[in-house]
Design a protein around this ligand. Structure first.
Ligand code: PLP
Length: 335
């Protein structure tokens, strides 16, 4: 289904039950403060902000880095573009210039062209947004050299990194979270996906910008009170759940091989599966997803004719054997 379905671990539930809390509206929740500090240190930024969701982290970044009428350059399939219900337009009155990101990274030359179009009477490009891992291409981790090149090409404009699955990229590549985040002005990460915390994301960046982010969080209704109960689980996630993502990646690769063998007509190359997401094109993708769902194999579609299956901490080797058995006899019904 998705790595958002993960259950909090027993250690998280224990930490939540015993968390020391205060009113974060006054900056007085010690557990939230500890989580924000820990994340800021991990990504090498001055400050961080705990927010209820990944969408809110992205939306706050856009609010603090743009003005109404501005343009954001982003990958066509990025979460901020395609999966946030038009939130950037609704919340910040901005629009996107879209660049191809079929395989994950955007073509830097295309980004430069988009910026250069300002000379031809196009609107102001305020920022660039990139996604790591890049979910729609199948959880592709970006190469840090690509991010450095991107940041260098955008003439001082801010780069926002949607790192909803940043630590999957870290584990898959060996590049640290701080190295990945260095070229970016702001970086966000979700605790509630593969890291298994029940709720919450973090946004990090320069102290002054994070001060503004705190105000925007309030405006969006995302300021919380004794949220240390949630932050406690987030600390357990950052302390204990990162390295184990490698298990999800290995299982996803096994799943990728199974899907590639079952649907050769999809031309899916399983070696492109580097983290925890298997995504492939198939003319009958929606039907396949529905029919497998009825067999107890839960996936989804992320675009017409594009299926997605995700591994996470609650998917075991036995589950994969179950999938293998179902796929061995599976043929989509002819309609
Ligand atoms: C790449 C990416 N960014 C942002 C988000 C938003 O996270 P949330 O669901 O916590 O709002 C997601 C969620 O799936 C995502 O995949």
């Amino acid at each position: 289904m998705s790595d958002t379905v993960t259950q909090p671990t027993p250690a998280m539930r224990e930490a939540m039950a015993t968390a020391v809390v205060g009113d974060d509206g006054f900056g007085e929740d010690p557990t939230v403060n500890a989580l924000e500090l820990r994340f800021a240190q991990l990504v090498g930024k001055e400050a961080a902000l705990f927010v209820p969701s990944g969408v809110m982290a992205n939306q706050i970044a856009i609010r603090i880095l743009t003005r109404p009428g501005d343009v954001i350059v982003a990958g066509r399939n990025n979460h901020v573009v395609s999966f946030e219900m038009g939130a950037a337009a609704r919340n910040s009155s901005v629009q996107f210039t879209l660049v191809d990101d079929t395989n994950g990274p955007m073509d830097v030359a295309a980004v430069i062209d988009a910026i250069d179009a300002v000379q031809s009477h196009h609107p102001h490009i305020a920022m660039v947004s990139a996604e790591n891992t890049h979910m729609p291409s199948g959880g592709t981790p970006l190469d840090v050299h690509h991010l450095v090149a991107l940041a260098g090409a955008i003439e001082g404009r801010p780069l926002h990194l949607d790192g909803a699955r940043l630590f999957n990229a870290v584990v898959a590549t060996g590049t640290s979270a701080a190295e990945f985040s260095a070229p970016a002005t702001t970086v966000m990460c979700c605790l509630s996906k593969g890291l298994c915390a029940p709720v919450g994301s973090l946004l990090a960046g320069p102290r002054e910008l994070m001060h503004e982010a705190r105000i925007e969080r309030k405006r969006l209704g995302g300021a919380m009170r004794q949220s240390g109960v949630l932050a406690a689980a987030g600390l357990v996630a950052l302390d204990t759940m990162i390295e184990r993502l490698a298990e999800d990646h290995a299982r996803a690769r096994r799943l990728a091989d199974l899907f590639a063998a079952t649907f050769p007509e999809s031309l899916y190359d399983p070696s492109t599966c580097q983290t925890n997401i298997v995504a492939f094109n198939h003319p009958q993708a929606r039907q396949i997803v529905d029919e497998l769902d009825a067999l107890g194999v839960h996936g989804g579609t992320i675009a017409p004719r594009r299926a997605r299956f995700v591994t996470h901490a609650d998917v075991t080797d036995d589950d994969l054997t179950y999938v293998e058995d179902r796929l061995a006899q599976f043929k989509p019904t002819v309609r």
